[in-house]
Write a protein of this length. Structure first.
Ligand SMILES: [Ca+2]
Ligand SMILES: [Ca+2]
Ligand SMILES: [Ca+2]
Ligand SMILES: [Ca+2]
Length: 293
């Protein structure tokens, strides 16, 4: 019995919300030279880029080991170890996030006032339940809004250290449009992101699928732009107390909440997302204790 309980309480080895394996990679023509390592699209979105700069909507990831560039005619298939679900508990119905290297121009450099979107390079997205049958998602560019915001406590052009990572498993509201952000200052931008790390949101219901294992990003043979991909991420349900995203709620999550106690710019530690790490967050950890979300 004790043995069984221990197994249940242990996290799945290496369990995380990021894409795990490159299944297929075909480099296209005219992609950015040197950006041809497909494993750059695995794991967590980039939060710190070249020269220790924090990744922000004004400073997208640009290291060669951080993003992969598809090129014209390029195609990349990624697999998740755990299926990505069309979970009704996911925020805004969004189940999957893609991170590229789009960014905002700065209308008041270095003040951080959002101008237009740059590096929004398109790319076709397909999803699959088994890695064999593919369903294309219409109107969903792989590399576009929203640019990655790596940290909640840094400025638009800061270098390390920053302390409070954004939540890269939390989408922006689909009600927010790029036009809403143009002309906004840094603090308003942070408010609009609402603790999210950005990314392009995908609702698997749009593909008519309850779960997927794999995504395919491809770029037309005659495409002028080359999309870049940084990461693919399984969205975490609302009020999930799995703060460190290892798919079990245990003492690690409890300690994370305690160490951010009282913080007003927390990321996942603010489990109910009311703006402060406090008693309700602690109660959610206790209520979900031992669960594997
Ligand atoms: Ca959904
Ligand atoms: Ca990456
Ligand atoms: Ca956890
Ligand atoms: Ca809270």
């Amino acid at each position: 019995m004790l043995h069984t309980l221990l197994i249940i309480a242990l996290p799945m080895l290496g369990a995380d919300p990021w894409a795990d394996t490159v299944v297929e990679w075909s480099v296209g023509a005219g992609g950015s030279p040197g950006y041809d390592d497909p494993t750059s699209a695995l794991g967590e979105p980039t939060r710190i880029t070249v020269d220790n700069e924090l990744v922000t909507p004004f400073v997208p990831a640009w290291g060669m080991d951080e993003i992969v560039s598809l090129g014209a005619g390029g195609s990349l298939v990624l697999r998740f170890d755990e299926p990505v679900l069309d979970d009704p508990g996911n925020p805004h119905g969004i189940d999957l996030l893609l991170f590229g290297n789009a960014g905002f121009t700065d209308m008041a450099y270095p003040g951080g006032v959002a101008g237009g979107l740059f590096g929004s390079d398109g790319g076709q997205v397909e999803v699959s339940i088994d890695g064999e049958t593919w369903i294309e998602l219409q109107g969903c560019p792989a590399d576009g809004a929203w640019p990655t915001l790596g940290w909640l406590d840094g400025g638009p052009y800061d270098q390390v250290p920053a302390l409070q990572p954004s939540d890269c498993t939390w989408p922006l509201s689909p009600d927010i449009l790029v036009e809403d952000i143009i002309g906004q200052d840094w603090n308003t931008l942070l408010d609009l992101y609402g603790g999210s790390g950005g990314g392009t949101g995908i609702d698997l219901a749009d593909a008519g699928l309850g779960s997927i294992c794999c995504i395919r990003i491809s770029n037309a043979p005659d495409a002028f732009f080359s999309p870049e991909l940084d990461a693919a991420v399984d969205v975490s349900p609302i009020e999930s107390a799995d703060v460190n995203l290892d798919r079990v709620v245990n003492v690690i999550d409890l300690l994370a909440v305690i160490s951010s106690w009282g913080s007003i710019d927390a990321g996942r530690e603010d489990i109910d997302r009311d703006g402060q790490v406090a008693v309700p967050d602690l109660l959610l950890v206790i209520a979900q204790w031992g669960e594997t979300p």
